[in-house]
Design a protein around this ligand. Structure first.
Ligand code: SF4
Length: 367
């Protein structure tokens, strides 16, 4: 569990088991939700209330984000990695994946291809390889990309607070770091070696980035590794902790479901559509002001639905291959399978068909 939480996994599980329909109803009648209100909304007793939750979530979403959907794209700059995550085909032991780190010129070509789709917010992603992705290199990449995009976010290995200051100065303002699981024992099992085996170092990544000035702090667990309800309780506690400690930053939730990989890892606790829907509605109600993103891992129908009621942000036309947009557009060396393979224009058209507006730029500190 998230270490600052005063409850054990067993206590949280016992709580879920005794939530009644009346408790869910009482929660839905409240304005500001507490930790236990959130637990009520993600408990099995909440299933019959999903229509009411959808109405309330949509209202909260509209209040903060109107009828808009922000779009972004990831740019994978490299897939070499020194870690051993059992569920990922980029792990050091997996030899079946072609490894590649893009040169600055290749990164520029990829960025131009993304820019041609209208995208103005970019997530820079790399495997954890301190030999290649040094702070200096990431800063150089940031300075290059900042001339082309209004907003840059990073999803790379956890860094020190000083490194985050340097990266912020180079143009990055958002950070995403999935904890994968908040369960310390299972974390040890899934991450047996490499720098990522250090649970605490990963856990406080957003705190360090927030203190270094990052505006958006992305948090998530990987859905499928352990039972999702206790993980969601930890995620909520993590969010409330960061909102207090880094009050100048925005929290961004993601709910990445495990997708099949070439390496064949099978999640023990897959999360179905109904549970994902329930969780995202509950988080939108409990955290109305926070950002929420839905990735290309999800099917088009689910993405088009959830951005109307809960999520405010989605990727479009993603390629999860280093070089996948322009340099190696014909070969896929992906970290996971994409479920939404629509072209960006088709994603934009679907958003507009639902009466929403596509937002390419919602922040630019260069002005
Ligand atoms: S999940 Fe990330 S850190 Fe782990 S092996 Fe894959 S790329 Fe490396």
């Amino acid at each position: 569990m998230f270490p600052q939480l005063k409850y054990t996994k067993e206590q949280i599980e016992a709580y879920f088991a005794q939530v009644t329909p009346e408790m869910v109803q009482t929660t839905l009648g409240r304005g500001k939700l507490s930790f236990f209100d959130l637990l009520n909304l993600i408990s099995p007793a909440a299933y019959p209330f999903m229509d009411a939750m959808r109405v309330r979530a949509q209202k909260a979403r509209r209040r903060y984000y109107g009828k808009t959907v922000s779009v972004y794209a990831p740019l994978y700059i490299g897939n070499t990695c020194v870690n051993s995550c059992r569920y990922c085909d980029f792990r050091i032991q997996h030899t079946g994946t072609v490894r590649r780190n893009l040169s600055l010129d290749e990164i520029r070509r990829e960025a131009e291809a993304i820019r041609a789709n209208g995208i103005d917010s970019l997530l820079v992603v790399a495997g954890e390889d301190p030999r290649v992705n040094t702070v200096e290199h990431l800063a150089e990449v940031g300075r290059l990309l900042k001339t082309m995009f209004s907003y840059l976010a990073l999803e790379v290995a956890p860094q020190t607070e000083d490194a985050y200051r340097a990266l912020f100065a180079a143009g990055y303002e958002g950070l995403t770091c999935f904890q994968e699981t908040y369960d310390q024992e299972r974390y040890k099992f899934f991450h047996p070696a490499g720098p990522k085996s250090n649970y605490e170092n990963r856990l406080w990544t957003q705190l360090r980035a927030g203190r270094a000035g990052f505006r958006t702090l992305g948090i998530a667990f990987l859905l499928g590794l352990v039972p999702w309800r206790t993980e969601a309780a930890s995620l909520a506690a993590h969010a409330w902790y960061l909102m207090k400690e880094c009050y100048q930053s925005k929290i961004q939730f993601a709910f990445p479901r495990f997708c099949p990989t070439e390496g064949g890892f099978q999640p023990e606790f897959p999360v179905d559509d109904r549970d994902l829907d329930l969780m995202m509605l509950a988080f939108r109600i409990a955290f109305p002001e926070c950002c929420m993103t839905v990735s290309t891992r999800e099917a088009p129908a689910f993405r088009d639905y959830i951005v109307q009621v809960a999520a405010d942000n989605m990727s479009a036309g993603s390629r999860v291959t280093p070089g996948g947009y322009a340099v190696l557009a014909d070969k896929d060396v992906a970290q996971f399978t994409l479920t939404d393979g629509r072209a960006p224009d088709d994603v934009y058209a679907a958003i507009r068909a639902n009466g929403q507006e596509v937002v390419f730029k919602n922040w630019d500190n260069r002005i």
